[in-house]
Design a binder for this molecule. Structure first.
Ligand SMILES: *Cc1c(COP(=O)(O)O)cnc(C)c1O
Length: 225
C-alpha cells in the first residue's frame, strides 16, 4: 500500500474505534510519526490530508520542516528533549509532547518567550514506571501540571505516554485517563501503530502512528547524536 492508502486505512480504523467507544471520530487527531522517513513520504502524507507530523529528534524535525516548508503543517516533537536543545525546539516545533521535568518546561518556556512564540506541550508520563524510559512518575504528574500552568511561553494541553512493550496496554491507557481527569487536562496522546484503536477506546485524543502509515523505518538511523 502507498502512503495515501495507508492514511485512508488508518483513518477508517480510527473512526471505527471511536464509534465503538461512542466517541466523535473528529475528537481524535492523527499525528503521523515520520522519524527516519524521507521527506518525499511526508509530502505524500500531506497530499493525503495529514497535517500533523511527529519527529524524535530536533535536528531531523528542523531539517524536514525546512525542506517541506508548508506553513499549515504542525510539527510535534515526540522524542526525548535535552534542555540544551530547547532553544532550537522553541523555534521549530509547534508541539513538544515529551516534556518530562520542571527544568525542561522552564527552559522551553523561556526560549519560546525569547522567540516570541507560544507552543503547546504535553507532559510525558512514565506510566509503566520503567527505569529506562523517560517521563514523570504518575504521582508527580499533578504537581508538574500545576507548575507548567504558570509558564507563559508554553501552553500545557495534555499528557502523553508510551506504555511498556509486550504487555496489555489497556490498564496503562486507563490509568492515563484517570491522571488526565484528576489534573484537568484535556488531551491524551497515546496509542501507536500496534495499539491506537485500544488507546482510542480508552480516551486518546491524539494518536501517534508511524509504521502503519509509512511502513517499516529505514534501518540506517539518520539521527544525529
Ligand atoms: C516511533 C514512535 C511512534 C510511532 O511508532 P509506530 O509503532 O511506528 O507507530 C510513536 N510515538 C513515539 C514517541 C515514537 O518514538
Amino acid at each position: 500500500m502507498d502512503v495515501a492508502a495507508c492514511v485512508e486505512n488508518v483513518r477508517s480504523r480510527i473512526a471505527a474505534a471511536a464509534k465503538r467507544a461512542g466517541r466523535d471520530p473528529d475528537a481524535v487527531r492523527l499525528v503521523a510519526v515520520s522519524k527516519y522517513q524521507p521527506v518525499a513520504l511526508v509530502q505524500e502524507a500531506v497530499h493525503a490530508g495529514v497535517s500533523d507530523f511527529g519527529e524524535n529528534y530536533v535536528q531531523e524535525l528542523e531539517r524536514k520542516r525546512g525542506e517541506l516548508s508548508i506553513p499549515m503543517v504542525r510539527w510535534h516533537l515526540v522524542g526525548h528533549l535535552q534542555s540544551n536543545k530547547a532553544r532550537v525546539a522553541a523555534t521549530v516545533a509547534n508541539v513538544v509532547q515529551s516534556v518530562d521535568s520542571e527544568k525542561l518546561a522552564l527552559e522551553l518556556s523561556k526560549r519560546c518567550e525569547q522567540a516570541g512564540r507560544v507552543i503547546d506541550i504535553f507532559l510525558q508520563v512514565n506510566i509503566g514506571r520503567e527505569p529506562q524510559k523517560g517521563g514523570v512518575l504518575p504521582e508527580a504528574t499533578r504537581a508538574l501540571v500545576a507548575r507548567c500552568r504558570d509558564l507563559s511561553g508554553v501552553r500545557l494541553v495534555g499528557l502523553m505516554c508510551i506504555p511498556p512493550a509486550d504487555m496489555d496496554a489497556r490498564p496503562f491507557f486507563r490509568a492515563m485517563r484517570g491522571l488526565a481527569e484528576a489534573a484537568h487536562v484535556e488531551q491524551l496522546s497515546m496509542g501507536m501503530s500496534d495499539d491506537f484503536e485500544l488507546a482510542i477506546e480508552e480516551g486518546a485524543t491524539l494518536v501517534r502512528v508511524g509504521t502503519a502509515i509509512f511502513g517499516a523505518r529505514p534501518q540506517v538511523e539518520a539521527a544525529p547524536a
